[in-house]
Design a protein around this ligand. Structure first.
Ligand SMILES: Cc1ncc(COP(=O)(O)O)c(C=O)c1O
Length: 361
C-alpha cells in the first residue's frame, strides 16, 4: 500500500553519527545545536527571526500569547485543520470563532471580515495540506481592523504565496516538525517572528519556564509565566541534517503533484482543488474533491493507494461546542474532500498508476 504520509529521515549512517556526537557531548537538552538549527532555518527561508520549540502547538501558544490574546478574546480561525490549531487558542484563554472556507478548503477573507467584533484580537490561518491561503486579502483584513495575523504553516513548509515563502506574511507564523510532516525532528516546531513588538528575550523566556537559559538559577527572577517548550539538541541535530535535503524532498512532492495537475482530468464526479495563480503549494498532501468521496477512498485503497479525509472539522468536537456556527462551504468541502498521496516516496510511475485509478476506476 502506498501510504498517504511517510516519515522522512536523513540517511541512517549520517544520522547515527550525528546523534552519537550529541550523546557524547553530554549536552542533550536546549543548547548550541538548537541555536544553529534556528539560524539555518531562518536563512534558508529568509525569515526575520525564529525560535525552535518542542512542537508546533507550543509555537502556536507562543504566537497567540505574544499577539496579546487573553481570557475572553476572540480569535477568528478555521475548523478545517488539525485540532492543535484551535486547542492552542483555548490554551491562551481565547475563544475560537470559526469562519468559512474557499474552494481549496482555506479560510476566505470575506467570511473572516463578517466575523469581526470588538472582541476580536487575532486571525489564525492554516495553509491546509500545503496549499497557501489567499494571504494578500487576509493580510488586508487584518491591517484594516488592527488585528494580529498568525500563519499556521504546519502543512506548508516550502510553499510560497506571490513569490515569498508562507510564514513571511503574519506577525507570527509556525511550522511543525512532528513525525509525518515534510520534515521531522521527531517532534518539534519553529516560531517565525516578523514583528518587533516583543523582544527576543520574551520568546526565550516563554519557552523555558519564564527564565533565560544560562542565567544563574539562584538569582533568576521569574516575572511572567513560561512553559517547558524548549527544543532539545537531539531534535536540533536531526533538524540540521534534514535541512540539507529539505528542498529536494519538497521538490519531489511538487514534481509528483505537477504530474497530477497536468494529466488528471476533472470530471463530473472528481475534480482537483482550484487555487490562485499566486499560490505555489508544497503539497504535503494532494487534495481532490469527489461527489462520492467514500467510493473514491475505497477504490484507491483496493488499488494499493491510501487516501483519507484525515481530519475532523474541529467545530464538530464537543470542546468547541460553544463556537459552533453554520459553515455551509466547509460542510460541502469536507463532504467531497479526499487527500491522496503525492510525496517523495512515490515514483512518477506510481503517480501515473494512481491517476489511471482515478480517471478510469
Ligand atoms: C495544521 C496543524 N497545526 C498545528 C499542528 C501542531 O503541530 P505539532 O504536532 O508539532 O504540535 C499540526 C500537527 O499536528 C497541524 O497539522
Amino acid at each position: 500500500m502506498i501510504p498517504l504520509m511517510k516519515v522522512a529521515l536523513p540517511e541512517k549512517d549520517m544520522l547515527l553519527s550525528k546523534l552519537g556526537d550529541v550523546f557524547d557531548s553530554g549536552i542533550l537538552a536546549e543548547g548550541d545545536l538548537v541555536y544553529e538549527f534556528e539560524k539555518k532555518f531562518q536563512s534558508l527561508y529568509d525569515y526575520n527571526s525564529c525560535y525552535a520549540m518542542s512542537s508546533g502547538t507550543a509555537c502556536l501558544h507562543a504566537a497567540l500569547t505574544a499577539s496579546g490574546v487573553m481570557s475572553g478574546d476572540e480569535v477568528i480561525t478555521t475548523s478545517m485543520t488539525a485540532e492543535p490549531t484551535n486547542l492552542s487558542i483555548l490554551y491562551a484563554g481565547g475563544v475560537p470563532i470559526f469562519a468559512d472556507v474557499d474552494d481549496a478548503g482555506n479560510l476566505a477573507a470575506e467570511s473572516i471580515k463578517a466575523k469581526i467584533t470588538p472582541k476580536t484580537k487575532a486571525i489564525v490561518v492554516v495553509h491546509y495540506a500545503g496549499y497557501p491561503v489567499n494571504i494578500t486579502s487576509i493580510r488586508k483584513v487584518a491591517d484594516d481592523y488592527g488585528l494580529k495575523l498568525i500563519e499556521d504553516c504546519a502543512h506548508a513548509l516550502g510553499a510560497k504565496w506571490d513569490g515569498k515563502p508562507v510564514g513571511s506574511y503574519g506577525e507570527y507564523s509556525i511550522f511543525s516538525f512532528q513525525a509525518i510532516k515534510h520534515m521531522t525532528t521527531i517532534d518539534g516546531g519553529i516560531l517565525v517572528v516578523n514583528t518587533n513588538e516583543n523582544s527576543s528575550e520574551y520568546f526565550k523566556k516563554f519557552r523555558w519556564f519564564g527564565m533565560l537559559k544560562g542565567a544563574d538559577r539562584t538569582t533568576n527572577n521569574i516575572e511572567s509565566i513560561g512553559y517547558k517548550y524548549n527544543m532539545t539538541n537531539v531534535s536540533a541535530a536531526i533538524g540540521l541534517l534534514q535541512l540539507d535535503n529539505i528542498e529536494n524532498r519538497i521538490a519531489k512532492h511538487v514534481e509528483n503533484a505537477d504530474i497530477i495537475n497536468s494529466t488528471f482530468n476533472n470530471s463530473e464526479l472528481i475534480r482537483k482543488v482550484e487555487f490562485d495563480s499566486r499560490s505555489e503549494p508544497s503539497y504535503w498532501l494532494y487534495s481532490i474533491r469527489a461527489k462520492n468521496a467514500q467510493e473514491v477512498i475505497e477504490r484507491l485503497q483496493r488499488n494499493g493507494f491510501q487516501a483519507s479525509k484525515l481530519h475532523r472539522p474541529n467545530h464538530l468536537h464537543k470542546i468547541f461546542k460553544s463556537s459552533q456556527v453554520s459553515l455551509p462551504r466547509l460542510d460541502c468541502f469536507y463532504q467531497e474532500l479526499v487527500h491522496i498521496p503525492c510525496g517523495w516516496w512515490m515514483s512518477s510511475e506510481d503517480v501515473e498508476r494512481m491517476i489511471e485509478v482515478l480517471n478510469y476506476g
